[in-house]
Each structure stands twice: as structure tokens, then as C-alpha cells.
Design a protein around this ligand. Structure first.
Ligand code: NAP
Ligand code: MG
Length: 480
């Protein structure tokens, strides 16, 4: 049964949102020269603030500041001193965690329990982890004196705004690079709060620069001739465009793109735990997760049982106010994203799959999408092939482990996969055969700064996190 809970909203009094925000260049908030734009709260459609837009002159100024900081201070500093700054940033993020969490939920629409318990603690953990590496790089396996690349241009999406910032900035700084980062247009606020943290930590000016703006600002940043490294997380289409843009230059590139992960449930799996893993795999963060378990592959003889249990479980999920501590499913990040989800789910119905959602009240204002399951899905359906990036699960069945592998790998993507079974030997056998950068066993969507994350095929290349992720920001010595 479902209990009726009284509302338990997190107070917003801890955040101090200004009416307008400037760019962060060379340690100072600086007016942008482009046309300012607005960021809204997707749960209410209220405008939160006006945000500066960086134009070419601003991009030039930010890259020049990063270059100067690299040459004059950051690359001259010892690893242990760089580490001290990173530890300081990590501690301030922890101290201001509630402020970050509330702001993230307001700007992005994700439930406060996720920003509070996942996004912000993991972002701080990334800084702590990389702070520890800063003075130990000669033991990381990249030669005895690994050198930084220089200025990194970093572009991040809206689904995990502060966490993606941490994945980008922490390894770049630990390895001695300086950065210019562009947050997504719909979620700039926590990156701007992070800029304040850099000031509070006395980080030397120019080591971190934050440029807000739209895709065009990102394009100018990628194209800037004085950038040594580009790190991008977002859609495959933009990733491909970036790769074309920098072809023929000596800029280093890592791309973290989309996914269409298989979450594979065998008949000997602990079904109740698997149900929790399926729910976490696709309904966490409204399914705005590149490694989401968006294709459920379930062994045919338990398919009915799994789908029934899953439907029962979905009836208990609470959709609504992201700031309510009981909320499981928050708002869709933007009207554009909602329209993409609506289009793709419509194609699912048109192509003959069977659609189901629990009864759930949808708030009048804001962007919302009820958790959805499609059964009778074939591998040819668009909803089995394309990334929906919303709370929509496509269910397919299989009979043998070989068939499961075949179907799981039948995708242009290769970011993640999940396996649910009682047999350790089967987990190892499957993990070797799945073309996915991350394979979870009897769990899903677990992240840790020590563990490398990244894709195969159209999910991109390069790894973030762990000792492997350091290599993306260092001149790696050729062992030959
Ligand atoms: P996107 O367009 O790839 O945006 C990602 C980032 O790149 C944003 O900061 C964006 O700025 C910027 N950008 C856009 N065009 C650019 C260009 N030509 N050069 C440089 N930077 C550029 O992704 P989206 O529109 O937010 O989402 C579209 C789809 O991408 C989603 O439906 C989902 O399938 C996928 N996606 C994947 C991930 C992931 O983690 N792998 C994350 C987000 C989205 P603006 O914000 O101003 O557009
Ligand atoms: Mg917003």
C-alpha cells in the first residue's frame, strides 16, 4: 500500500540567488558581452536569475587568463601545494553542501534527496580523491615526471551540473592544468556558486574560469587556438561535431556521450533486489542519466513476475516538488527535453509497443513526465535504439545468456550495463562479453571517484575518474 505523507519541503532560505550573474574570469565576476539569458526552475517555471552570455571577446579573455595562470602560477606550484587548494575546495563544498543541494534542485528539478545524498557528496569526494593524487602523480603509471597539458576547455550538460563540473575540474587541476568551463544553459547556478568557492579558497586567479552561455559559447571555446585539451559530456551529435571541429589540431579530446544501457535480469536473480535496481537504473534523476538502464532485458520465464512486481513498485513512487524530501521523481529539466521524451514515447506507441504508467497526479505548472514502462518492445523499435533521456523503460526478453549478450550489444552505444544473477561465474563471463565501459553486477548506477567511467563506440572515448582518468590530462609518455 502507499502511505499519504504530509509535505516535507526543504527550506530555500539557505540559498541566496542573485537577480543576475556575471561570468567568472581571472578570479573575478566580470560582465559578459553577449545577450543575457534566464535560467528557470523547471518545477515551477519561475525565473531564478539572469545569466551573462559569453561572446568571443569573453572566451578570449577567459582562455588568456587560464593561460597566464598556467604559465605563471599553477604549473610552477608543487603538487602538494596544488593538493592543498583541492582539499580546501572539497572541504568548503562539504561545508556548503546544503546550499549546493537546494540550489541544484531548484535549477535542475532533481529531487532534493538525490542532490543532497548523491550529487553534492560525490562532487566533494571527487575533489578529495584528486587532491590526494596531486603530489603523487609520478606513481600513477604515466612516467616519472608527468606533465600537464596546459589549458583545458570543458563543456558539461545539465543532468548532473555540479557533479559533472567536479568530474572535469578536479582531475584537470590535480594534474596541473588550468580550466575554462561552460555549464549548460539551463543549469548554470551551481557552477557560479562553485566560482564563489574558488574565491573563498583563495585559488589563484585564472586557474578556474566559468563561462556561461549557450552552445555557441561552447563552440567558440572548443575552437580557441590556445586551448590544449577539450573535455565534453553531452549528446553524441555535439560530440561528433566537436571531433570534426578539432580534427587536424593537436588538441587532446575526451568525449562522454549518450547511452542505451541493458539491465539484464536472469531467472536466478534476487527479484526484489533486482526490482530496486531496475527502478534506480531508469527512474533515478528522471532518467536524465547517460548510463541509465533504459533497456530491461529479462529472462523470459520470469518476465511476467518481474513486470508485475515492477508495476507494483512504480505505484509507490512519488512524483512532485523536487524540494520535498519524500519526492522520488522530480521535474524534467526543460520543455525541450520534455518534448523529446513525448516524441519518442509516441513513436513507441505508433510502432506497436504497449505503454503503461502508474496513476500519478501531474502538477499544473512545470515540466513533468510520469514513470513509464513499454512492453512488447522489439530491437527495431526506436525506443529500444535511441536514448530517451527520460523516465521511460523499454522491456525486452531473452532465453539464453548468449541471446542476452547479443541483444545487450546490439546498440550503437556502449557506456554501461547491469547483470542480475546469483552466479558469480556468469557475471564474469558476461562482463567480458559486454561492450560497455562500466558493468554493474547486482547493483546499478553506483559511482565512485576511484572508479574509471567512460564508453565504447558512440558513447565516446577516454575515461574519467580513477588513475585512468588522470591520463586524460597528462602528456602520456610513449612506452615504445
Ligand atoms: P548537448 O546539446 O550535447 O549539450 C551539452 C553541452 O554542450 C551543453 O553545455 C551545451 O550548451 C553544449 N553545446 C551545445 N552545442 C555545442 C557546440 N556546438 N559546441 C560546443 N558545445 C555545445 O545536449 P542537450 O541538448 O543538453 O541534450 C540533448 C541530448 O543529449 C539528451 O536528450 C541526451 O540524449 C543527451 N545527453 C547526454 C548526456 C550525457 O551525460 N551523456 C548529458 C546530457 C544530454 P547548452 O546547454 O547551452 O545547449
Ligand atoms: Mg534552470
Amino acid at each position: 500500500m502507499t502511505f499519504d505523507y504530509a509535505p516535507a519541503p526543504e527550506s530555500t532560505s539557505i540559498v541566496n540567488i542573485k537577480s543576475s550573474y556575471d561570468l567568472f574570469i581571472n578570479g573575478q565576476f566580470t560582465a559578459g558581452h553577449g545577450t543575457a539569458f534566464k535560467t528557470i526552475n523547471p518545477a515551477t517555471e519561475e525565473v531564478l536569475a539572469e545569466i551573462a552570455q559569453a561572446d568571443q571577446a569573453d572566451v578570449n579573455a577567459a582562455v588568456a587568463a587560464a593561460r597566464k595562470a598556467y604559465e605563471k602560477t599553477w604549473s610552477k606550484m608543487s603538487g602538494s601545494d596544488r593538493g592543498k587548494y583541492l582539499f580546501r575546495i572539497a572541504r568548503i563544498m562539504q561545508e556548503r553542501a546544503r546550499e549546493f543541494a537546494v540550489l541544484e534542485s531548484m535549477d535542475n528539478g532533481k529531487p532534493i534527496k538525490e542532490s543532497r545524498d548523491v550529487d553534492i557528496p560525490l562532487a566533494a569526494a571527487h575533489f578529495f580523491y584528486h587532491a590526494g593524487w596531486a603530489d603523487k602523480l609520478e606513481f600513477a603509471g604515466y612516467g616519472t615526471n608527468p606533465k600537464a597539458l596546459g589549458v583545458a576547455a570543458q563543456i558539461i550538460p545539465w543532468n548532473f551540473p555540479l557533479l559533472m563540473l567536479a568530474w572535469k575540474i578536479a582531475p584537470a587541476l590535480a594534474t596541473g592544468n588550468t580550466v575554462v568551463l561552460k555549464p549548460a544553459e539551463t543549469t548554470p547556478l551551481t557552477a557560479l556558486l562553485f566560482a564563489e568557492v574558488c574565491q573563498q579558497a583563495d585559488l589563484p586567479p585564472g586557474v578556474v574560469n566559468i563561462l556561461t552561455g549557450a552552445g555557441e559559447t561552447g563552440r567558440m571555446l572548443v575552437e580557441h587556438p590556445d586551448v590544449n585539451k577539450v573535455a565534453f559530456t553531452g549528446s553524441t551529435a555535439v560530440g561528433q561535431a566537436i571531433q570534426r571541429q578539432i580534427a587536424g589540431t593537436d588538441k587532446r579530446l575526451t568525449l562522454e556521450l549518450g547511452g542505451k544501457a541493458a539491465n539484464i535480469v536472469f531467472d536466478d536473480a534476487p527479484i526484489d533486489q533486482a526490482i530496486e535496481g531496475i527502478v534506480n537504473g531508469i527512474y533515478f534523476n528522471q532518467g536524465h542519466v547517460c548510463c541509465a538502464g533504459s533497456r530491461l532485458l529479462v529472462q523470459e520465464n520470469v518476465a511476467e513476475q518481474v513486470i508485475d512486481s515492477l508495476k507494483r513498485r512504480l505505484q509507490t513512487l512519488r512524483l512532485g516538488d523536487p524540494l520535498d524530501k519524500n519526492t522520488d521523481i522530480g521535474a524534467i529539466n526543460s520543455r525541450d527535453q520534455l518534448n523529446r521524451i513525448i516524441d519518442l514515447t509516441k513513436s513507441g506507441e505508433d510502432e506497436g509497443a504497449e505503454r503503461w504508467s502508474p496513476d500519478c497526479a501531474i502538477p499544473d505548472k512545470g515540466f513533468w513526465f510520469a514513470p513509464t514502462i513499454f512492453t512488447n518492445v522489439t530491437q527495431a523499435h526506436r525506443i529500444a535504439r535511441e536514448e530517451i533521456f527520460g523516465p521511460v523503460l523499454s522491456v525486452l526478453t531473452f532465453r539464453t545468456p548468449d541471446e542476452a549478450v547479443e541483444k545487450a550489444n546490439n546498440t550503437p552505444y556502449g557506456l554501461s550495463a547491469g547483470i542480475w544473477t546469483d552466479k558469480g561465474s556468469r557475471i564474469l563471463w558476461m562482463a567480458n562479453k559486454l561492450r560497455a565501459g562500466v558493468v554493474w553486477a547486482n547493483t546499478f548506477n553506483r559511482f565512485d571517484p576511484t572508479s574509471p567511467f567512460g564508453g565504447y563506440k558512440e558513447s565516446g572515448f577516454g575515461r574519467e575518474g580513477g588513475v585512468q582518468g588522470l591520463g586524460a590530462y597528462l602528456h602520456v609518455e610513449d612506452p615504445s
